[in-house]
Design a protein around this ligand. Sequence first.
Ligand code: NG6
Ligand code: CA
Length: 523
Amino acid sequence: MKQSIIFGMGAVLLASCSGNQQKAKQQTEQKLPNVIFLIGDDVGYGDLSCYGHASIQTPNVERLAAQGLRFTDAHAVAATSTPSRYSLFTGHYAWRRNDTGIAAGNAGMVIRPEQETVADVFHAAGYTTGAIGKWHLGLADTTAGQDWNGFITPGPQDIGFDYSYIMAATGDRVPCVWLENQRVVNLDPADPIEVSYKEPFPGEPLGKDHPELLTKLKPSPNHGHNQAIVNGISRIGYMKGGKQALWEDENIADSITVKAVQFIEQHKAEPFFLYVGTNDIHVPRYPHERFRGKSGMGYRGDAILQFDWTVGEIMAALEKAGIAENTLIVLSSDNGPVVDDGYADRAVELLGEHKPWGPMRGGKYSNFEAGTRVPFIVSWPARVKPGVSEALVSQIDLFASMASLVGQPVPEGAAPDSRDQLKALLGEDPNGRDYIIEQAGSLSVQNRGWKYIAPSNGAAYAKLTNTELGNNKEPQLYDLKADIGERTNVASDHPDVVAAMQQCLEQEKAKGMNEETKYVKKK
Ligand code: NG6
Ligand code: CA
């Protein structure tokens, strides 16, 4: 369905003379924008040159930022992928459920088919919808309930996506295959796929026993990632068969980009919503040879260049299709950065002066700001004025904001934690949210001035990834305006602020920890 309606924000001005009338008419009749969510994986606040770090050049992202709005205080909902993406799609805080942690490659679908997603909202508005790239939200009804040799359901099409081309989980988890519309691509029926996260398959070599077979990357000591070997790289989990269907890590970015470009070409005449989850810059990092060795920073830096290339290809496809003007792109990341996340790719040794976390403390997995404060750019040439926004925004609000954009009501009970922040996203409100909730080992409240991290018993530091996790048995309060690096805990100086932040968090928690807001039935 194609729709011609006034933009949700109703910014069309009535004109007095005929020329203006003509222009106003054109604007009124302008189609709703296409929307692309381009979500990088583990791309840190400081990893892109438009965030002011010259140690690596990302010219395509820079071009996107120059034509759009670059946010300096925008957040993923959680500091790891599954809860972050769950919340982005559903507008429901992942921490309200106890089953939204980092999903295995054979996890059942985390978003229940009866839940409303932002893709459903676009669908209801007549959009064609697609999901390409990293999924990491589980598939099928139950863990290990997938028939990898048949049609796997439920899947993306049950939560609002017309088309999907996805990896089930992450690059470091089996099965290392692509699924197009919920079937493994290039599968030879004579070589069926088996997947297990419990038992190895007899006769299949494992990374821990056969380091000589690890021709592309070896795992870092003690991280794991030493089980099934696929494409010269050992992974988490066991798999057998499907030889013809296995991906090659050096081609993953190409596969995602080609499918995204195809989707754009095929649907250029209709409004579309496209979610692109890149595999870059998650581990195992093994970019295409076009990028290997090009950053001077090892494969992690090279993967950033590859990410930038993907962004450039998507922008070029929109331009070629003649729809760049009226396409809204949200570029962001699922969580903060990590340097060594499990493979000996020399990312630590070659980092040099580069600071993936920008001026902040922590990173992926951390309660500190770098856990969830991520790059966030909104580009919509037809509507959004270029610039920089300090508004406080969270991916939790994409659901309600997109509903507002396309003029759809948020279905009763759906997206209970999502608020309409479209004005902030379009640069028409410089403030955004009054507070956000951040999820890592604990929960935090951040209100642009203060950051409160609730007490927790978790470890303060993760040795494996060299991450300051920010867990502490005592309440922590940081004055972000004076101390963006969260160095000085001022909780004892401001008991009133601590109490107010605690109360805010308790109220949020009390809101939705019950069954009614867990799932939302579709009519
Ligand atoms: C961790 C993995 C890490 C990465 C992460 C998920 C270990 C020791 N580490 O458990 O390598 O896969 O999960 O990353 O297994 S995410 O960005 O998809 O959340
Ligand atoms: Ca991630």
